[in-house]
Design a protein around this ligand. Structure first.
Ligand code: BJW
Length: 247
């Protein structure tokens, strides 16, 4: 099917869908200037070993290095603006309350700032912080006890502050993942935007949606690991395809 025809067909499916979902990944924010994880040329993983940096073991082994990597990324997120793809989804949600559920693997806040305030964040929030360990003292570490540093730490027991994200080997927030599963089960269409589909259990939502009867469309300039689960693959970027589908 020609590209224009495929776009037109998908537009019609979305217009007819009582409920539908987006599953977004790092490519969603690439045109806002935030680096993806695995893209060969510019991906974060080409300069860093993810298992070293995005894991509890990596943080414990070199807290300052991991904290500084996240501090750099937080500054990038704060400086970034939602792109035309985020804005198209946000504007759609304002026009059609209750029809679209955005499920994102991204730890930035660009969907929220574009108007999808209830986007489901599977991998946490890079701008958030929490204690690494349960405090060994009673009544537990208090935010006021965090001394600045790299990373900040508890002045009483030395506990470290960590970013509030989901690292490899950690469970996804259960209530958020449950809500995401329910949303794809009820969806007539799932748009999979800007993800390699390499990381689980998020990637499993694509096959789950397909099994539950959703029309699955992948929006990505490159092939992904979940293309086989899709009914159609549109090659293009988030900031060009989403406005073409929704505006
Ligand atoms: C564009 C574009 C443009 C570019 N427009 N597109 C089953 C099988 C095998 C392994 C596992 C399994 N189940 C679990 C695992 C282990 C592991 C895993 O998946 N490993 C894989 C590497 C194989 N999963 C986990 O560890 C998860 N936890 C878990 O399973 O816990 C079990 C447990 C249960 C109970 C108790 C204890 C444990 C946790 C996964 C957490 C992932 N965390 C990260 C880091 C978050 C913090 C941070 O940001 O630093 O999340 S990893 C990283 O990958 C990040 C992302 O959200 C995630 C997904 O990446 P994404 O978004 O797909 O980005 P890329 O870069 O891969 O792709 C970008 C795409 O965009 C490309 O396709 C481009 O073409 C495209 N693109 N420009 C549109 N303009």
């Amino acid at each position: 099917m020609a590209h224009a025809e495929a776009l037109a067909t998908l537009r019609e499916r979305l217009a007819a869908a009582p409920r539908w979902c987006v599953l977004s990944g790092a490519g969603m924010s690439a045109e806002s200037g935030i680096a993806t994880f695995r893209d060969a040329m510019s991906g974060l993983w080409s300069r860093f070993d993810p298992m070293q940096l995005a894991s509890e073991a990596g943080f414990r082994a070199d807290p300052a290095r991991v904290w500084d990597w996240y501090a750099e990324r937080r500054a990038g997120v704060r400086a970034a603006q939602p792109n035309a793809g985020h804005r198209a989804l946000g504007a759609y949600a304002q026009r059609h309350p209750g029809r679209l559920t955005v499920i994102t693997q991204n730890v930035d806040d660009l969907h929220q700032r574009a108007g999808n305030t209830d986007a489901l964040r599977l991998h946490g929030d890079v701008l958030g912080e929490r204690w690494l360990d349960r405090c060994r003292r009673d009544p537990g570490c208090h935010p006021d006890w965090a001394l600045a540093g790299s990373p900040p730490h508890c002045e009483r027991c030395g506990n470290l502050v960590r970013p509030d994200v989901v690292w490899f080997g950690e469970p996804l927030p259960l209530a958020v993942f449950d809500a995401a599963q329910r949303a794809v089960d009820a969806a007539a269409v799932l748009l999979v935007v800007g993800t390699s589909g390499a990381v689980w259990p998020a990637a499993g939502l694509v096959a789950r949606a397909h099994r539950a009867g959703a029309w699955v469309a992948i929006l990505n300039p490159e092939a992904s690991e979940v293309d086989d689960e899709a009914d159609q693959c549109l090659r293009g970027t988030a900031a060009t395809l989403l406005p073409a589908l929704l505006d």
